[in-house]
Design a protein around this ligand. Structure first.
Ligand code: ZN
Length: 92
Protein backbone atom coordinates (compact mmCIF):
# COMPACT_ATOMS: atom_id res chain seq x y z
CA UNK A 1 0.00 0.00 0.00
CA UNK A 2 1.42 3.40 -0.89
CA UNK A 3 1.60 5.73 2.07
CA UNK A 4 -0.32 8.50 0.44
CA UNK A 5 -2.03 10.89 2.80
CA UNK A 6 -4.06 13.69 1.23
CA UNK A 7 -3.41 15.87 4.30
CA UNK A 8 0.32 15.85 3.53
CA UNK A 9 -0.42 18.49 0.89
CA UNK A 10 -0.28 20.92 3.82
CA UNK A 11 3.42 20.12 4.18
CA UNK A 12 4.09 21.59 0.77
CA UNK A 13 4.55 25.29 0.50
CA UNK A 14 5.14 27.64 -2.37
CA UNK A 15 8.06 29.64 -1.02
CA UNK A 16 7.42 32.33 -3.63
CA UNK A 17 4.12 33.18 -1.86
CA UNK A 18 5.97 34.40 1.21
CA UNK A 19 8.51 36.25 -0.92
CA UNK A 20 5.73 38.09 -2.77
CA UNK A 21 4.07 39.04 0.54
CA UNK A 22 7.38 40.44 1.81
CA UNK A 23 8.26 42.23 -1.42
CA UNK A 24 4.83 43.78 -1.82
CA UNK A 25 5.34 45.62 1.47
CA UNK A 26 8.59 47.04 0.12
CA UNK A 27 6.88 47.89 -3.18
CA UNK A 28 4.08 49.94 -1.57
CA UNK A 29 6.59 51.85 0.56
CA UNK A 30 8.04 53.29 -2.63
CA UNK A 31 4.82 53.48 -4.64
CA UNK A 32 2.28 55.40 -2.59
CA UNK A 33 0.40 56.23 -5.82
CA UNK A 34 -1.27 52.81 -5.74
CA UNK A 35 -4.35 51.96 -3.68
CA UNK A 36 -3.55 49.68 -0.75
CA UNK A 37 -7.08 48.60 0.13
CA UNK A 38 -7.53 44.90 0.80
CA UNK A 39 -9.17 44.21 -2.59
CA UNK A 40 -6.42 45.87 -4.59
CA UNK A 41 -3.56 44.31 -2.63
CA UNK A 42 -5.07 40.83 -2.91
CA UNK A 43 -5.62 41.31 -6.66
CA UNK A 44 -2.02 42.43 -7.11
CA UNK A 45 -0.74 39.43 -5.14
CA UNK A 46 -2.95 37.00 -7.11
CA UNK A 47 -1.84 38.41 -10.48
CA UNK A 48 1.80 38.37 -9.38
CA UNK A 49 1.63 34.77 -8.14
CA UNK A 50 -0.02 33.70 -11.40
CA UNK A 51 2.72 35.42 -13.37
CA UNK A 52 5.79 33.91 -11.69
CA UNK A 53 6.68 30.22 -11.47
CA UNK A 54 5.68 28.54 -8.21
CA UNK A 55 8.49 27.12 -6.09
CA UNK A 56 7.25 24.31 -3.91
CA UNK A 57 9.24 22.94 -1.05
CA UNK A 58 8.50 20.49 1.74
CA UNK A 59 8.01 22.72 4.78
CA UNK A 60 9.96 20.37 7.08
CA UNK A 61 13.00 20.57 4.78
CA UNK A 62 15.54 22.81 6.56
CA UNK A 63 17.49 23.49 3.35
CA UNK A 64 17.02 27.13 2.33
CA UNK A 65 15.22 27.46 -0.99
CA UNK A 66 17.35 28.35 -3.98
CA UNK A 67 15.86 31.46 -5.55
CA UNK A 68 14.90 30.72 -9.14
CA UNK A 69 13.62 34.24 -9.67
CA UNK A 70 15.31 37.33 -8.24
CA UNK A 71 13.66 39.86 -5.92
CA UNK A 72 14.15 42.49 -8.63
CA UNK A 73 12.27 40.36 -11.15
CA UNK A 74 9.43 39.80 -8.70
CA UNK A 75 9.25 43.55 -8.00
CA UNK A 76 8.92 44.19 -11.75
CA UNK A 77 6.03 41.72 -11.93
CA UNK A 78 4.40 43.34 -8.88
CA UNK A 79 4.60 46.74 -10.59
CA UNK A 80 2.99 45.39 -13.76
CA UNK A 81 0.23 43.79 -11.66
CA UNK A 82 -0.33 47.01 -9.68
CA UNK A 83 -0.70 49.00 -12.92
CA UNK A 84 -3.20 46.46 -14.24
CA UNK A 85 -5.26 46.57 -11.02
CA UNK A 86 -5.15 50.40 -10.95
CA UNK A 87 -6.61 50.46 -14.47
CA UNK A 88 -9.54 48.30 -13.47
CA UNK A 89 -9.90 48.18 -9.65
CA UNK A 90 -12.48 45.95 -7.98
CA UNK A 91 -12.80 48.12 -4.87
CA UNK A 92 -16.06 50.01 -4.31
ZN1 ZN B 1 -8.32 49.65 -3.80
Amino acid sequence: MPKINIHDIELLQNVNEKRVWNLITVFYEYHSEFCTCRDCVLDVVAITLNSIPPHYQVSEDPTPAIKKISDEEILKVIKKAALKVAENPHHV
